[in-house]
Design a binder for this molecule. Structure first.
Ligand SMILES: Nc1ncnc2c1ncn2[C@@H]1O[C@H](COP(=O)(O)OP(=O)(O)O)[C@@H](O)[C@H]1O
Ligand SMILES: [Mg+2]
Length: 210
């Protein structure tokens, strides 16, 4: 589903990504494990078309992408749960989830709302549908961010350090959601420095930066 081939990227003299290659199949959880500063977030930003890369290829669902503009055109295949969740603070949970399906996928509000309710059931947040992000815990915000990404039915879902701000109970909940998504055939890419979580959730682990 996702192949990263010989990805290279420098910021000025700082070579951050040196020939990174890995692949993630449908229904597979791939963990990229590495210390702080080795370039993990940069890899996700390249995959999401937020950052240009110098050399290499990113192949998504058999489409070869050699630069950021290609990826921007295929963005709907790749979902992203950011480290700080990036929820829209002025929007309710429901509005956060239906915004892109309505504006990007041109769904009707009724259809988007119906689907949002189903996804909220999956992440166990039906009762928070009208809450605002400031009324939610970190773990709940993360599950809204997962719901928002899933509303675009991506083939690949990427997580940047999903456990970094969470307590044990929330980590267990997000692990269960990840397993559910995997069983539905989604390809999951997780970036973390949390070795315990990585071992618990992984189908395979790729070590970045030695
Ligand atoms: N936009 C940028 N401009 C310059 N340097 C950057 C930029 N983004 C990240 N870096 C540098 O790239 C390296 C890797 O960063 P990052 O991908 O955030 O690492 P990680 O997520 O593994 O902690 C760091 O040295 C960081 O300072
Ligand atoms: Mg990072």
């Amino acid at each position: 589903m996702l192949q990263v081939k010989n990805l290279n990227k420098s910021f000025g003299d700082n070579k951050v990504l040196d020939n990174i290659s890995f692949e993630v199949n449908s229904g597979e959880v791939c963990v990229l494990l590495g210390k702080s500063g080795v370039g993990k977030t940069t890899i996700l930003r390249c995959i999401n078309g937020l950052e240009d890369f110098d050399e290499g290829e990113i192949i998504v669902d058999n489409c070869v992408m050699k630069d950021k503009s290609h990826i921007s055109k295929n963005r709907d295949k790749i979902g992203m749960v950011f480290q700080n969740f990036n929820l829209f603070p002025h929007m309710s949970v429901l509005e956060n989830i239906i915004s892109a399906p309505i504006n990007v996928l041109k769904k009707s509000k009724e259809e988007a709302t119906k689907e949002a309710k189903e996804i909220l059931k999956m992440v166990d947040l039906e009762d928070k549908i009208n809450a605002y992000p400031y009324e939610l815990s970190g773990g709940q915000c993360q599950r809204v961010a997962i719901a928002r990404a899933c509303a675009l039915t991506p083939k690949i879902l990427c997580f940047d350090e999903p456990t970094s701000a969470l307590d044990v109970d929330s980590i267990e909940k997000v692990s269960k959601i990840i397993r559910d998504l995997k069983s539905k055939g989604m390809a999951i890419l997780i970036i973390t420095h949390d070795i315990g979580f990585a071992n618990n959730i992984k189908d395979k682990i790729i070590k970045i930066g030695g």
